[in-house]
Design a protein around this ligand. Structure first.
Ligand code: MN3
Length: 243
């Protein structure tokens, strides 16, 4: 039988009262030290920085639980399969066929998830940007201009059945294309590069948007970090873009 003295009861009750009264503090999130070679980069802004387009709670769970779980799973696999951490992520994903059967699906899902989310946090940020000149010109040339491109990207994201991603891929000569992938698959698995992309798994939007994926896709454009996209575009053309 639990032994609750009057004093511990008062202390416990006081603790609950203090916790209830404390303001909700939103801090930039830093991942705990990893138990293996894979780690999450810190989220480059506070979880509430993308509001009202993406709410802080979604960001906290998405970064701190979903992405963290992919990384924890990878570190578990890496204990007995250190080779998955001995090449850059994009190279491992481009050579999944060379992995042992026993770990291939696990690495596909979790390393794909790690790569996709690492890209995703980077290409978002507080609102207030427009596509920079070179990227805007490429969108005009390859995707019919910003308005048509955004409509086509959102339509492609809406057509992903179940969980997956919608990406803009970029070739070495700077050509852009809209491509979707199921689950945590990535264009990196086909030796391609993702300029940026949007996560259309329900975990990315369900708390705020419930079933309204179209509304989420539309609102997401407010938080695209176009200066970062421009950096990634330059890196892709220099052959230096990784995940
Ligand atoms: Mn996700």
């Amino acid at each position: 039988m639990p032994c609750l003295t009057r004093r511990t009861l008062i202390e416990a009750t006081a603790g609950i009262a203090v916790a209830a009264l404390a303001p909700r503090i939103v801090l930039a999130q830093t991942a705990p030290p990893p138990a293996g070679p894979f780690r999450q980069d810190p989220l480059p802004y506070a979880p509430n920085a993308l509001e009202p387009s993406i709410d802080a709670r979604t960001m906290e769970i998405h970064y701190g639980k979903h992405h963290a779980a992919y990384v924890a799973n990878l570190n578990a696999v890496a204990k007995d399969n250190p080779q998955i951490a001995q090449m850059p992520v994009e190279q491992v994903l481009a050579k999944l066929g060379e992995l042992p059967d026993a770990i291939r699906t696990n690495v596909r899902n979790n390393l794909g998830g790690h790569a996709n989310h690492s890209m995703f946090w980077q290409v978002m940020g507080p609102p207030g940007h427009r596509p920079e000149a070179e990227v805007a010109a490429a969108i005009e040339r390859d995707l019919g201009g910003l308005e048509k491109f955004q409509a086509d990207f959102d339509a492609a994201g809406l057509r992903v059945f179940g969980s997956g991603w919608v990406f803009v891929t970029v070739s070495r000569d700077g050509k852009l294309a809209i491509e979707t992938r199921p689950n945590q698959d990535s264009p990196l698995m086909d030796g391609k590069r993702a300029l940026f992309g949007n996560d259309v798994w329900e975990h990315a939007y369900y708390l705020q948007y419930q079933n309204r994926r179209a509304d989420y896709l539309k609102a997401w454009w407010n938080v695209v970090n176009w200066p970062k996209v421009a950096e990634r575009y330059a890196a892709a053309k220099a052959g230096a873009l990784g995940i």
